[in-house]
Design a protein around this ligand. Structure first.
Ligand SMILES: O=C(O)CCC(=O)c1ccccc1C(=O)O
Ligand SMILES: [Mg+2]
Length: 369
C-alpha cells in the first residue's frame, strides 16, 4: 500500500477532574492526531494521474484506507505550572516539528516506510505512533477483539470527596478481580485505611498498588509491614531508589513491578529478585516491534507484562485495548483513565461529544487541494 495523504491535527481536551501523573496532577491533555490515507500499490497511479480525490462513494470498499493514530507524549505542565517529570522526555512541540518535517517525505511512499521511520525516530511517541499507523493501515490491529475490560484505577482525588472512592468500589462489577490503587500520595494511615476499606467491601479483590517511587526504603518497609500481603498482586515502583526494591522484597515478600524504570532510555531487561511485572506504557517506550521484544524477553523470565495508558484520549485508549489483545492476551490492561476526559476524540466511548478531525486544529497536510 502507498501513502497518498498524511495530515496532522492538534487536540486539546480539558479534563472534568484532575488526573494523576505520578505525584503531579493535570487538568487537560494535549496531543496530536496523525491521519493517513493509503491505496493498494496498483491503484495509486490512476488517482494521481487524474489528480482526483476519491470520494468514498466512488470506490469499491477497501480501495482507499484511512487510519488515525494519536501521538501524545506525556510531557507539558501540571496544575501548578510545574513541568511533568518522569514520563516522556520529548515535548509536544518537538514531536510536532519532527512530524511536520517527516510527513512530506512519507507522501507517496510504501506504508513500510512508516516502520523504517519509526525505528529511526529518537522520540518514543513518534516511533509508537508510526508503527501503530502501519499496523492499522495493514489491518493487523482489527484481527482480534479488543480487551474490553480494564483494571479500575482508584486514587484519592484532591478535587472530589473521598466517599466517591468507596462508591466506585461498591459499583464494581463482580467480574472485576483486580483494581489499581495509588499509594505514597497522602498519609500512610489514610492509604492503609483505604486499602482495608476496599477489601472489607470486596474481600475477593486483588490490589495492584502504585507508589510511583514515592517511598524511602524505611517508609516502604513500614507500609509493606502493614499490608494484607495475600491481597496484593504487586506494588509498582515502591522505592525512590529503584535498587532498594530488592532490599524491600528480601525483608517483606511483596512482589513489585517496574513502570518509571522502563522510561530510562538505557533500560535493558534484567531479572531482579521480586520483580513480578512490567507496566508497559507504549507511548513512552517506542515502536510495537520494540514493545514485542521487551515483552518476549520479560515473559521468557516469567515476568508479567501489563499494557497501560499514558492518559491518551479515547482514540489512543481504543487502540491500546486492541494492541493488548495481541501483545498481552492473558493480562487485563491498565486503561481506566478516560473517565476524567470531558470529550471523546474520533472514537466514541460514550461521552456526550466526540470530536472529529475537522474540529481540530490542522497543523500540516500533504494533500494538495
Ligand atoms: O496503569 C494504569 O492502570 C493506568 C495508568 C496510570 O496509572 C498512569 C498513567 C499515566 C502516568 C502514570 C501512570 C502510573 O502508572 O502511575
Ligand atoms: Mg505506575
Amino acid at each position: 500500500m502507498i501513502l497518498t495523504s498524511l495530515s496532522l491535527y492538534l487536540y486539546r481536551l480539558p479534563l472534568d477532574r484532575f488526573l494523576p501523573v505520578g505525584k503531579q496532577r493535570i487538568d487537560h491533555r494535549t496531543g496530536l492526531v496523525l491521519q493517513a490515507k493509503a491505496t493498494a500499490d496498483d491503484e495509486v497511479c490512476d488517482t494521481e494521474k487524474f489528480n482526483i480525490e476519491v470520494a468514498d462513494s466512488e470506490v469499491t470498499e477497501g480501495e482507499v484506507k484511512e487510519s488515525n493514530v494519536e501521538i501524545a507524549p506525556l510531557s507539558g505542565f501540571d496544575i501548578d505550572q510545574q513541568p511533568l517529570s518522569g514520563f516522556s522526555r520529548e515535548s509536544l512541540d518537538e514531536v510536532q516539528q519532527a512530524l511536520t518535517t517527516l510527513l512530506p517525505k512519507l507522501q507517496g511512499q510504501h506504508i513500510d516506510s512508516l516502520l523504517e521511520q519509526a525505528e529511526a525516530s529518537p522520540y518514543p511517541s513518534i516511533a509508537f505512533g508510526l508503527s501503530l499507523l502501519h499496523a492499522k493501515l495493514s489491518g493487523k490491529l482489527n484481527a482480534l477483539r479488543p480487551l474490553t475490560t480494564a483494571v479500575p484505577l482508584i486514587y484519592q482525588p484532591i478535587d472530589a470527596p473521598k466517599a466517591e472512592l468507596m462508591a466506585k468500589i461498591a459499583k464494581l462489577d463482580s467480574s472485576v478481580h483486580s483494581v489499581k490503587v495509588k499509594v505514597a500520595q497522602t498519609s500512610m494511615e489514610d492509604e492503609l485505611s483505604l486499602i482495608y476499606g476496599i477489601l472489607s467491601q470486596r474481600p475477593d479483590l486483588r490490589l495492584r498498588l502504585d507508589a510511583n517511587r514515592g517511598f524511602s526504603l524505611e517508609q516502604a518497609l513500614d507500609f509493606a509491614a502493614c499490608l494484607p500481603l495475600d491481597s496484593i498482586e504487586y506494588i509498582e515502583e515502591p522505592c525512590q531508589q529503584p535498587q532498594e526494591n530488592q532490599t524491600l522484597y528480601r525483608a517483606i515478600p511483596l512482589p513489585y513491578a517496574f513502570d518509571e524504570s522502563l522510561n530510562d532510555p538505557d533500560y535493558q531487561f534484567v531479572r531482579h529478585e521480586g520483580l513480578t511485572a512490567l507496566v508497559i506504557k507504549p507511548m513512552l517506550l517506542g515502536s510495537i516491534e520494540k514493545l514485542q521484544r521487551l515483552i518476549d524477553e520479560a515473559h521468557s523470565h516469567g515476568v508479567r507484562c501489563i499494557l497501560s495508558s499514558s492518559l491518551e484520549s479515547s482514540l489512543g485508549i481504543n487502540d491500546l485495548a486492541h494492541l493488548a489483545a495481541i501483545l498481552t492476551p492473558d493480562e487485563i490492561p491498565g486503561l481506566d483513565t478516560l473517565a476524567a476526559f470531558s470529550q471523546d476524540l474520533i472514537v466514541p466511548s460514550g461521552k456526550p461529544q466526540c470530536l472529529k478531525p475537522h474540529q481540530l486544529k490542522l497543523v500540516v497536510s500533504t494533500q494538495q487541494d
